[in-house]
Design a binder for this molecule. Structure first.
Ligand code: FDA
Ligand code: NAP
Length: 437
């Protein structure tokens, strides 16, 4: 039997990754807090503790954004939750500057996120998976319309129902396997890489392969090459080699806060141009230094006459045949469109990317109030609130899953400080306008 709480929060956050952590900070720093009318918030996270793509915290992997694009600085440069503040608190600010690098390691950024999260433990419940959101109209009880958020305890198994005037769905990207491919103890997706790698003794891995030509694939290929000095490491690339992620200054402007307005208020043609010209800033691309490092290693092996790093260009996986610990990969070459080759591996990693966040499942029956565009995607207001029919006065905010309305930054960190400030403002303004936020 689940427990039911009395308080109606102004907002309940589903997931506690960087997006909702940034929102928690924006709410704490909002002037409404100083006026004594804080927006009340509770957050629910299914992981046992804070963690940001932990299975990809590979040594030396660096951030793909400047350290100044942290949880708060672009919204509030004076925030005590900035990366600079974290460095100062860790007594590393001077050395960080001496290091002269805009791009910290992912491990250091993870430490920063944990440091910031420590200030919000009273508002977050871990081991808590949100399974459903529904609407309740209880005029008789004087509570008015509100949402009920059902939360499952992932350890004890019980459920708890929490009430809210608004929810923010911030559940992140969803790992994507190619159609027909299943994960198991020897076939992994990159999102589970380090945990799965830790389950196998390295000496059992004589031949491994990584599928994909994005950042995850390149980083994992490099890591396997480092960690398995006796193994054959094959990179199965759908392209004719890795392509570089464009992070040059003009192109980087697509991640600016202003670009969200250009995208949102632009025409279909505007939006199409953003994707057509600038997809290579983020998708199926790899940082320059990682590409050069992999090529250098391969060339050195060629010179030494001992090649164990292999790049299979223009190749896709057609089938995976599994039997015990044996894995046979059927490869289809796009070089002639015909050749099929079979390769035996001890582990196969699909670094085949992620699908965008889709709140449909979580919203369940509530989704019938949500308006969709002609392509069936949620309509979303500029303040990241889903457009709903007038019967629903409660708000559903999205952090993620808004590529079609707000552009390339939707699933990224680049704009989260500004976005969470906009959501905090929206909550306060709509409350001021009489809506029971
Ligand atoms: P994120 O996925 O981080 O968090 C969502 C949280 O919700 C998770 O903790 C999850 O457990 C939880 N959750 C999901 N469903 C739930 C439910 N039903 N109930 C409760 N909790 C639930 N971007 C960038 O700009 N710069 C970068 O350097 C990188 N680097 C990077 C590395 C790797 C390996 C990946 C895969 C991605 C990136 N990204 C990135 C993009 C990435 O989307 C971004 O860094 C953040 O993770 C986005 O933060 P969110 O909080 O939106 O999602
Ligand atoms: P991604 O960029 O979407 O790349 C996925 C790759 O898999 C693409 O090359 C894709 O090829 C390929 N692929 C998909 N289906 C395939 C199939 N059936 N057969 C063969 N190849 C297939 O995914 P990602 O590398 O995981 O990156 C996702 C996000 O995480 C990006 O934003 C990235 O920047 C970020 N990331 C950041 C870091 C870091 O900060 N250091 C590390 C890793 C990831 P097609 O192009 O043909 O589809």
């Amino acid at each position: 039997m689940g427990t039911r709480e009395r308080e109606i929060y102004d907002i309940v956050g589903i997931g506690f990754g960087p997006s909702n952590l940034s929102l928690a900070i924006a709410l704490e720093e909002h002037q409404e807090n100083a006026s004594g009318r804080p927006v009340t918030a509770a957050f629910f996270e299914r992981q046992p503790e804070f963690g940001w793509h932990r299975n990809m915290l590979l040594p030396q992997a660096t951030m793909q954004i400047s350290f100044l694009k942290d949880l708060a600085t672009f919204r509030n440069p004076l925030s005590k939750y900035s990366f600079v503040s974290y460095l100062h608190d860790s007594n590393r600010l001077v050395q960080f500057v001496n290091n002269q690098d805009f791009f910290p390691t992912r491990q250091e950024f993870h430490q920063y996120l944990q440091w910031a999260e420590a200030g919000f433990k009273d508002r977050v419940s871990y081991n808590s998976e949100v399974t459903e959101v529904r609407v309740v109209d209880e005029e008789s009880a004087g509570e008015g319309q509100h949402l009920e958020v059902e939360v499952r305890d992932t350890v004890g198994g019980g459920t708890r129902v929490v009430k809210a005037r608004n929810v923010t769905v911030s559940t992140g990207l969803v790992p994507r396997m190619p159609e027909g491919m299943e994960r198991d103890e020897r076939v992994w997706h990159s999102s589970e890489f380090l945990a799965k790698f830790a389950t196998v003794r390295p000496e059992e891995l004589k031949s491994v392969a990584v599928v994909g030509a994005g950042q995850s694939a390149a980083e994992i290929t490099k890591y396997l090459h480092d960690m398995l000095p006796g193994a054959q490491v094959s990179a199965i690339l759908p392209s004719y080699g890795y392509s570089v992620a464009d992070d040059t200054p003009f192109a980087n402007q697509v991640f600016d806060p202003n670009a969200v307005d250009h995208y949102y208020f632009g025409t279909e043609k505007t939006r199409d141009a953003f994707w057509r010209y600038h997809k290579n800033t983020n998708y199926s691309v790899v940082d320059d230094d990682v590409i050069r490092e992999l090529f250098r290693r391969s060339y050195e092996e060629e010179v030494a006459g001992a090649q164990r790093l292999h790049f299979l260009n223009l190749t896709r996986v057609k089938e995976v045949k599994r039997s015990g610990d044996d894995t046979r990969v059927v490869l289809h070459s796009l070089l002639d469109g015909e050749t099929e080759q079979e390769m035996d591996v001890d582990a196969l990693v699909f670094a085949t990317g992620y699908s965008t966040m889709d709140p449909t499942g979580l919203l369940g029956d509530l989704d019938r109030f949500c308006l969709r565009d002609t392509e069936g995607r949620h309509q979303v207001e500029r303040d990241y609130r889903v457009v709903t029919t007038p019967e629903l006065s409660c708000g559903i905010y999205l952090q993620g899953g808004t590529e079609h309305t707000h552009g390339l930054t939707s699933s990224l960190l680049s704009n989260i400080a500004v976005r969470s400030g906009e959501i905090a403002d929206s909550l306060v303004e709509r409350r001021g306008a009489g809506a029971k936020v």
